[in-house]
Design a binder for this molecule. Structure first.
Ligand SMILES: *Cc1c(COP(=O)(O)O)cnc(C)c1O
Length: 432
C-alpha cells in the first residue's frame, strides 16, 4: 500500500494534536501503524491522501447513510451557506427538522437540538435526574454514549453496584452514581432496582447495541426494561444515536414498538454535519430552560447549515418508500457474503446485525454481551482489515465496531467486496 502522504500528515499531526488525531479510534492502532488520512468522498467511495480509493463501509461511523456527496444534501448546504451560516437566534430550519423528528418518532413530543451525540446523552441524563429528583443512572457494559463523565464508567468489583471511572479525570464520586450492568441480562436490572430502585433516575441503553460490534437485544429484553423502569418511577432513555433513522425511519423504537421516555439522536440526523438531539414526552421536556428550570444551551445549537443537511438527508430517506428496505437488504447481502466466505475459508466468524448495520466477530457466537466480545480475536481482525484495505474496501479500523453500509453501494461495489473476501479470510486464518 502506498501511504506516504498519510504517513507525512501523521508526522505533522503528531506535533500539533494529541496522537495526531481528533478522536482516538482514528489512530487505527488496532489495524495499522499510523492512520489513513482521507482526502475526499465520492458516493460509495472514500479516497485517501495518496489517492487510493476504497469502498467505504465506515461512512463516518454512520451519518453518511446516502453515501458521500449526495446531491440533495450538498445542494441544501450550499444554498443555506449563501443565505447565512449561523444567527445565534432562532431560525426556520430548526422548526422544520423538529417537526420531522417528532412526526417520525411517536414517543418524541418535543426535541432539543445540540451539536453532538455526547451532548445529547449528557443533557438527557441531567433532565432525567431533575425530573425524577434522583441521582443514579444505570448503563450497560459495552454500550457507548459519548464521553460524558457519568457514562465513562465500568462495573466495580464483586457485588458492588457502584461503578469505577474508565478514564483519569472522571471523579470516583461521579462514577459512584452510575450502575454498570451486563447487556441483555434483565435479571441483573431487576436485582439492581430491588437494591437501589429509589435512587435510580434512568436506565440508558442502546436499544440495538452497536458500539461493541452489533449486538441485538434478546427477545423481550427491551420490553422488560420498559416494564421495570415504569414500575420503579425511573425513566427509560433510548440512545438511538446510531439506530435513529438507520434501522428504520422510526429507529429501534419503531422496529420494536416501544415508547422510551427520552430518546437521544445524532449521526444520521445531521446528514454528515455535527448534530445531536434529545427529545421525549412533553411533560419531561417542559422542564428544559427557558420553559423549565433545567439548564441546557448551545451557541451553535440548531446550526442552519447542519439543520439543512439533516433535513435534506431525512427528507430523501422519508420520501423514498424503498430506502430502508434497500438498506436492510444491502446489510443482509453483506452478512451473507461474510458468512459464506468465512465458512469457505474455515474461519470461525460470527456475523450478526440489525437492519442497516452488521458486524463480523472472529469467534464462535452468539455474541450477546461485552463479555462475549472479549473472545473476538483481534489479530484475526487486523489481518482481515489489512487485506480488505489492500483490495480497496475500508472497514471500521477496530474490532468490535459496526460496519455501516450506505445506500450508495451498488452491484459494482458489492462485486469489489465479494472479490476481496476470500483473500481476507485466508489472511485471518493464519493470523494467530
Ligand atoms: C457516536 C455515539 C454517541 C456519541 O456521539 P458523538 O457525536 O460522537 O458525541 C453516543 N451514543 C451512541 C450510541 C453513539 O454511537
Amino acid at each position: 500500500m502506498t501511504t506516504e502522504a498519510s504517513r507525512l500528515l501523521y508526522e505533522r499531526a503528531c506535533r500539533v494534536t494529541p496522537g495526531g488525531v481528533n478522536s482516538p479510534v482514528r489512530s487505527m492502532r488496532q489495524v495499522r501503524p499510523y492512520p489513513l488520512f482521507a482526502e475526499r468522498g465520492e458516493g460509495a467511495y472514500v479516497v485517501d491522501a495518496d489517492g487510493k480509493r476504497y469502498v467505504d463501509l465506515l461512512c463516518s461511523w454512520g451519518p453518511l447513510i446516502l453515501g458521500h456527496g449526495h446531491p440533495a444534501v450538498v445542494t441544501a448546504i450550499k444554498e443555506q451557506a449563501e443565505r447565512a451560516l449561523t444567527f445565534g437566534i432562532a431560525s426556520r430550519l430548526e422548526v422544520e427538522l423538529a417537526e420531522l423528528v417528532t412526526a417520525a418518532l411517536p414517543a418524541v413530543d418535543e426535541v432539543r437540538f445540540v451539536s453532538s451525540g455526547t451532548e445529547a446523552t449528557m443533557s438527557a441524563i441531567r433532565l432525567a435526574r431533575a425530573f425524577t429528583g434522583r441521582d443514579a443512572i444505570v448503563k450497560f457494559a459495552g454500550c457507548y454514549h459519548g464521553h460524558v463523565d457519568a457514562l465513562l464508567a465500568r462495573a466495580g468489583s464483586g457485588a458492588a453496584l457502584s461503578a469505577l471511572p474508565v478514564s483519569p479525570g472522571v471523579p470516583v464520586k461521579v462514577a459512584t452514581d452510575t450502575i454498570v450492568l451486563p447487556y441483555n441480562d434483565l435479571a441483573a436490572v431487576e436485582q439492581a432496582f430491588a437494591e437501589r430502585g429509589g435512587d435510580i433516575a434512568a436506565v440508558i441503553v442502546e436499544p440495538i447495541a452497536a458500539n461493541m460490534g452489533v449486538v441485538p437485544p434478546a427477545e423481550s429484553y427491551l420490553a422488560g426494561l420498559r416494564r421495570v423502569t415504569r414500575r420503579h418511577g425511573a425513566l427509560l432513555i433510548f440512545d438511538e444515536v446510531i439506530t435513529g433513522f438507520r434501522v428504520g425511519y422510526s429507529g429501534a423504537q419503531g422496529l420494536f414498538g416501544l415508547d422510551p421516555d427520552l430518546t437521544c439522536l445524532g449521526k444520521v440526523i445531521g446528514g454528515g454535519l455535527p448534530v445531536g438531539a434529545y427529545g421525549g414526552r412533553r411533560e419531561i421536556m417542559e422542564r428544559i430552560a427557558p420553559q423549565g428550570d433545567v439548564y441546557q444551551a448551545g451557541t451553535l445549537s440548531g446550526s442552519p447549515i447542519a439543520m439543512a443537511a439533516g433535513l435534506a438527508q431525512l427528507r430523501e430517506l422519508g420520501g423514498d418508500p424503498g430506502a430502508y428496505k434497500r438498506l436492510a437488504a444491502l446489510g443482509e447481502t453483506l452478512e451473507g457474503e461474510l458468512r459464506q466466505a468465512a465458512a469457505a475459508a474455515g474461519v470461525a466468524c460470527t456475523v450478526q446485525g440489525a437492519p442497516g448495520i452488521l458486524s463480523a466477530f472472529f469467534c464462535e457466537g452468539p455474541v450477546r454481551s461485552q463479555a462475549d466480545t472479549e473472545r473476538n480475536q483481534i489479530a484475526r481482525y487486523r489481518a482481515f482489515w489489512k487485506s480488505m484495505a489492500e483490495s480497496g474496501v475500508l472497514l471500521p479500523p477496530a474490532a468490535n465496531e459496526a460496519i455501516f453500509p450506505s445506500l450508495a453501494l451498488g452491484e459494482r461495489e458489492l462485486g469489489i467486496i465479494r472479490a476481496a473476501l476470500p483473500a481476507a479470510f485466508a489472511a485471518a486464518a493464519t493470523a494467530d
